[in-house]
Write a protein that binds this ligand. Structure first.
Ligand code: ZN
Length: 477
């Protein structure tokens, strides 16, 4: 079999799998048998590649990841199911249903303080019910990587074209850069909006929604899907190919997501309404992912088109969700009241500080896990330690198992941070310099974005060794 034939078969198989996973994540009927069959085929194909080829390296590494995926997808599905069943409480209800992991984030936005604390504590206490699944996933993954003399951290660094030192420095520099303003503003907003001091159960997913609770009125008339499409069109981009699912189904995945069934033409985004302000950020973010995939040059080799690093992918989504922090855009385009827009931006900036404090902690924890070959039983303590350093708070270490990315992905977490800096360095800052404060009105802006998207994995935006973190930190002031 030659490489071309291999790629054709792999693409066919991957599309079929993604179609099933899309149904699963949308909370629609899906076939476990079909997934099982396709995953098996996919593993066979990856193993065949690893036996027959050494290059392209990108594909070789992806095939190791593919073998890991095929050997752990059942654990992922099990985690999804068990989490909904076992991480739940009968003491509180959301829309008539017991509060469980899936509707937890929607529940907390309007729940009384006491109820929130109770649910948080109860869920923490119940983490041992899902611990064995997560442990197994990490053990199985580690074993397969080591069979090929690799580990997820080294793979991640390679994919992002950076060294361990560069990654650690970036995370530490960001963490230390936001520490003071985060702490100060967390206290201020807690006092002002929630009439209390910050506490461990005021997690990022509660705060980033509740923060905008009293601001929904000024944003009510904004239809995020329409407005992001309009903005993209004005930049000379074409968002009409993106498919949108906004239904609220009980089994639908709780977080908004984007899924590329086939790059560049079959790309989906999904979300369920939580809060108009937060929904807008999510929709802009996911649309950013989608249009990035849409813009990848179909003539590029199979691997360059499809193997997009997490950091590269997030660069485009974060670029678009940062429209919510652009005063000119909010007042001139969305016609928001200037005072309201100013307040909105201040709170978005705080939300960003919060995400950096939280995510650099998550990232440094995960980096350490692989670097120090940490034992699984030591994770909770190490996590609590990192969060203490990044957020200045004592938070139960088991919390990482309740997170949506940390137990499911082997690395991923630093990607948001890397991408936040990258999108500013390579897109927002140069665009503003070239076309002024209303650069988003200029069709040439879209051209620059397109040029960075089209090369797929070969994009300059996928190289993270030269981040200018200082420049990004300034935008959060
Ligand atoms: Zn994203």
């Amino acid at each position: 079999m030659n490489l071309k034939k291999w790629c054709e078969q792999d693409e066919k198989n991957s599309i079929a799998i993604r179609k099933e996973y899309l149904k699963f994540n949308l909370g629609l009927k899906y076939s476990k048998e079909k997934i099982k069959k396709l995953e098996k085929e996919s593993e066979q194909r990856a193993l065949l590649f690893l036996k027959k080829f050494r290059a392209p390296e990108l594909l070789y590494d992806a095939c190791i990841g593919g073998v890991v995926g095929s050997n752990t997808y059942e654990l992922d599905l099990k985690l999804h199911e068990e989490r909904a069943k076992k991480i739940s409480t009968k003491k509180h209800k959301y829309k008539g249903q017991p509060v469980n992991w899936n509707n937890w984030r929607q529940f907390v936005v309007h729940a009384p303080d006491k109820a929130r604390k109770q649910v948080f504590d109860e869920f923490i206490k119940k983490t041992p019910k899902i611990t064995p699944i997560i442990n197994k996933k990490f053990t199985v993954s580690k074993k397969i990587y080591s069979d090929y003399c690799r580990d997820p951290l080294t793979e991640y660094l390679q994919e992002h074209h950076m060294t361990l030192k560069q990654l650690e420095n970036a995370m530490t520099q960001l963490r230390d850069g936001v520490k003071k303003p985060f702490k100060k503003q967390f206290k201020e907003y807690s006092n002002r909006l929630f009439d209390k001091e910050p506490e461990y159960y005021d997690d990022f997913y509660f705060v980033r929604n509740a923060l905008f609770r009293d601001m929904t009125c000024g944003f009510k008339n904004i239809k995020p899907v329409q407005s992001i499409k309009r903005a993209m069109k004005e930049m000379g981009l074409n968002p009409d190919k993106v498919q949108v699912d906004d239904k609220d189904r009980p089994k639908k995945y709780a977080s908004p997501f984007c899924m590329a069934v086939q790059i560049p033409d079959n790309v989906w985004i999904s979300y369920k309404a939580e809060n108009p302000v937060e929904d807008a950020t999510s929709v802009y973010h996911e649309f950013g992912h989608a249009i990035h995939f849409n813009m990848i040059d179909p003539k590029k080799p199979y691997w360059t088109k499809n193997i997009i690093s997490n950091g590269l992918a997030e660069t485009f989504s974060i670029f678009f969700d940062h429209f919510m922090m652009d005063k000119e855009y909010l007042t001139k385009k969305l016609k928001l009241n200037p005072d309201y827009a100013g307040e909105l931006i201040r709170r978005h900036k705080f939300s960003n500080l919060f995400s950096i404090a939280f995510y650099t902690g998550n990232s440094l924890f995960r980096i350490k896990y692989w670097k120090d070959k940490m034992k699984f039983k030591d994770c909770d303590k190490a996590y609590a330690n990192e969060l203490k350093k990044s957020m200045g708070m004592k938070i139960p270490g088991q919390y990482w198992k309740l997170h949506h990315i940390l137990p499911e992905s082997l690395m991923y977490v630093p990607s948001y941070m890397l991408a936040s800096v990258q999108q500013h360095n390579l897109m927002r800052a140069p665009l503003e310099k070239k076309y002024g404060k209303t650069w988003w009105k200029n069709k040439k802006s879209g051209k620059l974005v397109k040029e960075l998207a089209a090369p797929g994995a070969d994009s300059k935006a996928g190289k993270f060794s030269k981040l200018n973190i200082k420049q990004y930190l300034k935008t959060l002031k």
